[in-house]
Design a protein around this ligand. Structure first.
Ligand SMILES: Cc1ncc(COP(=O)(O)OP(=O)(O)O)c(N)n1
Ligand SMILES: Cc1nc(C(=O)O)sc1CCOP(=O)(O)O
Ligand SMILES: [Mg+2]
Length: 208
């Protein structure tokens, strides 16, 4: 399995956002370092998720970037994405692994070491760990765990930890120092005035 990219761009399909424009800006800079997670709003249809994921897979391919699909693993399979990401309300990790097969990339959300260890034992190949910082992008999240929370999880598992939640280029150094392999962002890129410049800043921070 090729090594996982360190910059995870999660698509923002909320009204007024343009996920493909952000992707166009990020891809030529981040190339194989980019993992694009196709995440649609809960009210999106499977057809909408499929069309977006198909487009993302096609755009990622020439750059060697990776496309994953959030939650909807049948969509991941249908578009031949590299894998998917599941959390507490989605298919359990063992079931997700069965659906995706043994070689797919499978991410699981873990907020503390116990869940993290269980997710890895059940077949997760990386963990999304957060929320690291406060964020308006998703409601109903628990309190931020900060770099200390990331450190606790990263110390407990042998797989890459991807820090998520309110991540910006400025917060990357502390998260990396805490053991994060990479970061996942929504708002830092989808709300950026200059997504290319922000991608470059995130990549610089991740390279240190
Ligand atoms: C990299 C990464 N980490 C965590 C999540 C959150 O997944 P989940 O808890 O299933 O919540 P939703 O994204 O489905 O709302 C993620 N998507 N990616
Ligand atoms: C989708 C999601 N899941 C999170 C978790 O902690 O599980 S935080 C989050 C939103 C991340 O968006 P932003 O980069 O704009 O803060
Ligand atoms: Mg989910």
């Amino acid at each position: 399995m090729p090594s996982l990219g360190r910059l995870h761009l999660i698509t923002d399909t909320r009204p007024g956002r343009d996920p493909l424009a952000v992707l166009r800006a990020a891809l030529p800079l981040a190339r194989a370092e980019l993992v694009v997670q196709v995440r649609v709003t809960d009210d999106a249809t499977d057809r909408e998720a499929y069309e977006l994921a198909r487009e993302v897979v096609a755009r990622c391919r020439p750059y060697g970037a990776t496309c994953l699909v959030n939650d909807r693993l049948h969509v991941a399979l249908a578009v031949a994405a590299a894998g998917g990401h599941v959390g507490a309300d989605d298919l359990p990790v063992p079931a997700a692994r069965r659906v995706l097969g043994p070689t797919a990339v499978l991410g699981a959300t873990a907020r503390e070491p116990g869940t993290a260890v269980a997710a890895v034992a059940a077949g997760a190949s990386y963990l999304g760990v957060g929320p690291c910082h406060a964020t308006d992008t998703k409601s109903g999240l628990p309190d931020p765990i900060g770099p200390a929370g990331v450190r606790a999880v990263a110390a407990a598992v042998p797989v890459p930890v991807i820090a998520i939640g309110g991540v910006t280029a400025a917060s990357v150094p502390a998260l990396r120092a805490a053991g994060a392999y990479g970061v996942a962002v929504v708002g830092a890129l989808s709300g950026a005035a200059d997504p290319a410049a922000t991608t470059a800043a995130l990549l610089r921070a991740l390279a240190c």
